[in-house]
Write a protein that binds this ligand. Structure first.
Ligand code: E4P
Length: 218
């Protein structure tokens, strides 16, 4: 399973990259705003800065919601860097735009997916990634992980090439459960990756090894 980090914070991206397990980055307009990145030029520059830190795919989201606008923005984003994947919302014009980008060889991430039907449409249009938001479904008492499992089944039935990018991951158990289900990618905060490190028996065991080493070598 690929690990993406879901942030526009350069320090956190650097930290995840330094760990050696990072495969890419996802961003969205809210995450950019959270870092105080505003204005088209600054936003475009920020995407390039992110691409220069990581080796993998970097999702950059269009703001337009009409077909022509999405095409215009998506082509500009794709031109920025070869690692850019154009993030397109799951709306009617978005599906048309994904098909257009697919035909032009521009990679896409279909975002704001909350149902199997939406995921099926994204795959039919040729999306590189589909992003079902599991945390936001959990927030409204709906089983987000079940959606990942259902999409996995449908995609496997037809050998769709679209990768399932489990998004809106909030914590380590989301990551582990997505891995069990067979999501291709997960994107979450840095804590959802570094949290996987933690086990008290590792800490206790290491402390004992070091203590015994000191005893034998003093
Ligand atoms: C996906 O690409 C989105 O950026 C993201 O995962 C949304 O997560 P949230 O529900 O925690 O905002």
């Amino acid at each position: 399973m690929k690990f993406f980090i879901d942030t526009a914070n350069l320090q956190q991206i650097e930290e995840a990259q330094a760990l050696g397990v990072l495969d890419g980055v996802t961003t969205n307009p809210s995450l950019m705003a959270k870092e105080g990145i505003t204005g088209r030029d600054n936003i475009l520059k920020h995407y390039v800065d992110i691409c220069n830190i990581v080796e993998g795919d970097v999702s950059a989201e269009v703001i337009a919601t009409d077909f022509e606008g999405m095409i215009r923005e998506g082509e500009e984003l794709a031109e920025l860097h070869e690692q850019i994947v154009v993030k397109v919302p799951m709306i009617k014009d978005g599906v048309k735009a994904i098909k257009y980008f697919t035909d032009k060889g521009i990679r896409t991430n279909c975002t704001l997916v909350f149902s199997v039907g939406q995921a099926l449409l994204a795959a039919k249009a040729g999306a590189t990634y589909v992003s079902p938001f599991i945390g936001r479904l959990d927030d409204i008492s709906t089983d987000g992980l079940n959606l990942i499992a259902e999409i996995r089944q449908v995609y496997d039935n037809y050998n769709f090439a679209t990768e399932i990018l489990a998004a809106s991951v909030r914590h380590t158990m989301h990551v582990i459960d997505c891995a069990k289900i067979g999501a291709d990618v997960m994107t979450g905060p840095l804590s959802s990756i570094t949290g996987l490190l933690k086990h008290p028996l590792t800490d206790i065991g290491l402390e004992k090894f070091l203590e015994d080493y000191k005893k034998g070598n003093s």
